[in-house]
Design a protein around this ligand. Sequence first.
Ligand code: SF4
Length: 414
Amino acid sequence: MGTVPPLSYSGFRAYSECPLRWKLMYIDRLPETPRGYFSFGRSIHSALEELVKPVAERSPAALTVVPGGKVQRTLRDFDEAPAEPEPASAGPGAAIMNLEQLLEVYRRVWVSEGYLSPEDEKRNFDLGAELLRRYHALFQAAPPNAVAVEQHLDAEIDGIRIHGIVDRIDETPKGGLEVLDYKTSKELSWQDARTSDQLTLYQLLVEKNYPKAVEALTLYHFRTLTPLRTEPRSVEEVGDLSTRLGEVVDGIRSDVHEPRPGPYCTRCDFRAICPEWKEVPTAERRNVEDLVERYADLKRQGEGLRQEMEAVASELHAVSDRLGVHRLPGRGAIVYRRKETHWVFPAEQVLPVLQDAGLLPRVSRLDSDQVARLLQDSKVPVDVRRSLKSRGSRQAEWALRFEGNGRRRTSKDD
Ligand code: SF4
């Protein structure tokens, strides 16, 4: 794949969970089955957007968004050019729609697909209306100092383009920014807010776009009307997310789209076409069963042989040590004992070099033998090979080689 589209939080999470699912969603664009909880969340988000947007637009520090979701002005513009004085009637409170208007908006934006039954849909609709009533009362009593709503933001971090739509940005009493994301899920904890990658990504986006500091990150649990407010992420935490974003982009660029089965398979729409779950056709079943049984038998025999060979090799090493002899003659073969050296590379030492040189895709699980092969590869720049070499060490161990029946082998062959 050439260029990688800007990575959103949803795309990042989808790829991290399962690269194949990401491909089916974002490249093949296969539709997902509508689900009631997604529809419920979309409906609440849309109603809140219409409630809060007029307040944000009237704020002296507001961002103005043009159709298409592009940022027209930034906070920096407001800092450089002081805003016109607000008319006496302006202010957050003056712009708030009343409850009836809010419920009218809610009815208009309600998404009714994906519910289990008309009763299920009605139950959810009534729940949303009740939550909006309570939220409206809180909102009216103490309007937030919102400065942006449903804000589309883009940024580039270490060559990775990221994109996000931030539910709400408030100005804090100290003049910094608070990033909020509404959640309509049933359960939500402080730990979720503390570890949310989504909030970390939004902090990155906001910091890249505005000159003001992010002072708080909040998941707003709408079912309990509770703001789960946390400190902004540390430099290390932001760096950790950047590294994982980079790994995802590397995987996408390298066309790595293997299925990664896990707990999310239960709610995946693509099980019928996923190689991990697709059923063997009936006509092929017998043949496949025979092959599987034969393979399992051979694996068991192979494991038994491997253990036996290790035991015999260990006896040969002991005899060789005891007699001080390295050439051990048999009846039809000869075993030689040789000291062989091989490279050992500590993963944490070579990881940054491989990352910087874009060589990670060639080294699965940071295997030392694979890193050693890079040292022989003339296409790898000399300074990279030198740097890798300086981080590894050579270790020696005894190996057995044998000659017999016209073939020379080592004990490592097996
Ligand atoms: S069923 Fe599981 S492994 Fe297969 S595509 Fe879906 S999430 Fe990935």
